[in-house]
Write a protein that binds this ligand. Structure first.
Ligand code: ADP
Length: 359
């Protein structure tokens, strides 16, 4: 097991003139045994960052340490890591047992029976003990991914690296495999880096999230920190589904005004506004109240679309008094009778308003 340290890591692809900066000056400290999820939209540099830890890419600048060892010059094999990919990367002509034992046979001098014991125990852990004689082609996607995970466990590595391992599975299986990977990581206590573009996956897995955009670190924090205290508008818009609503606000003397909103600036709001005259207000769908009657701090909205989700509904509303044509989304009880065209009053407590720099 090992901690991982990245110091000012930058990775550029291509010639200096028109190089793509895939990873931009990232520094990170990952504790021994920690489960860290790299999350961000496609192209944000998650895989490149992970591949740099793996030794599959060489950084253009900066240092990578695994434990106390500077691994910049070490190839993937010497780094003692096990990787799990989206496409499983199993050998199609080998049995499950052969797939799982292959790495050990190549890289250790364990006896045949020791290898068989380790494979059996990893197979047991992944619930694939009965599939050892099958070929990958005879297995479902979920079973193949279990084999890929089992193969990683068998190696007993310092670090697990998982790159979108669940994205080829259907939604139900993905949810159960998420739980399983969490359990496994907990049980084994192996430092794990996990790449996903799926913010739901990120929220439910891992001790900490590393949120990336355009190769730059946006926030490093627990899932709840990233959700409740997003460092910037990007993180606020990316973490949470549906996304936070944003409103462009203007700071007046003692007030903050945006589409419909009008707040007296409290002491704490004043200090977070600072000397900005324009700010972006953010409010999550679940932090709105919708009422039939006019309320203080509330403003009139017209219901555009109602999206029933079962126990809750998402109601897309449009402020009645606004110059543009944008809706925002409010979460309500699924039993509540609200129809398109209804006029209601929306309100958010000032303590649930997040303030960001206007872009
Ligand atoms: P993510 O994993 O977040 O989708 P990647 O790390 O795959 O992002 O890619 C980050 C950026 O680096 C993208 O702009 C991508 O096109 C570029 N990139 C990744 N790999 C290469 C490569 N081998 N050659 C050139 N550009 C690359």
């Amino acid at each position: 097991m090992a901690r991982i340290t990245l110091d000012d890591v930058t990775k550029r692809f291509g010639d200096d003139g028109d190089a793509v900066v895939a990873v931009d000056d990232v520094s990170l400290d990952i504790a021994d045994g920690e489960f860290v999820v790299f999350v961000g939209p496609s192209g944000s540099g998650k895989s490149t960052l992970m591949r740099t830890v793996a030794g599959l890419e060489t950084q253009s600048e900066g240092d990578v340490y695994i434990g106390d060892t500077l691994v910049n010059q070490l190839g993937p094999r010497a780094r003692d890591i096990a990787m799990v990919f989206q496409n499983y990367a199993l050998y199609p002509n080998m049995t499950v047992e052969e797939n799982m034992s292959f790495g050990l046979k190549m890289s250790t001098d364990l006896s045949k029976s020791e290898i068989a014991d380790q494979v059996a125990s990893a197979a047991e852990m992944m619930g694939i003990g009965k599939l050892l004689d099958n070929k990958p082609g005879e297995l479902s996607g979920g079973q193949q991914q279990r084999v890929a995970l089992g193969r990683a466990i068998v190696r007993d590595p310092n670090v697990f690296l998982m790159d979108e391992p669940l994205s080829n599975l259907d939604a139900k299986l993905r949810a159960s495999m998420r739980t399983e990977i969490n359990r496994l990581q907990n049980e084994l206590g192996v430092t794990t880096l996990y790449v996903t573009h799926d913010q739901t996956e990120a929220m439910t897995m891992g001790d900490r999230l590393v949120v990336l955009n355009f190769g730059e670190l946006q926030q490093v924090g627990t899932p709840l920190e990233c959700f409740y205290r997003p460092a910037n508008r990007f993180v606020a818009g990316f973490i949470g589904s549906p996304s936070m609503n944003f409103f462009e606000g203007t700071v007046g003397s003692g007030t903050l005004v945006a589409d419909g909103f009008e707040y007296e600036l409290s002491e704490s709001m004043r200090s977070s506004v600072g000397d900005r005259t324009k700010v972006t207000l953010g409010a999550r769908p679940e932090d709105f109240d919708l009422s039939e009657d006019s309320v203080s701090n509330g403003f009139e909205v017209a219901v555009d679309v109602v999206e029933p989700m079962g126990s809750i509904s998402y109601v897309y509303v449009r402020p009645v008094e606004q110059s543009h044509d944008e809706t925002f989304v409010v979460e309500v009880d699924g039993q509540r009778p609200i129809s398109e065209g209804d006029h209601l009053y929306a309100r958010v407590s000032p303590t649930d308003i997040h303030l960001f720099d206007t872009q």
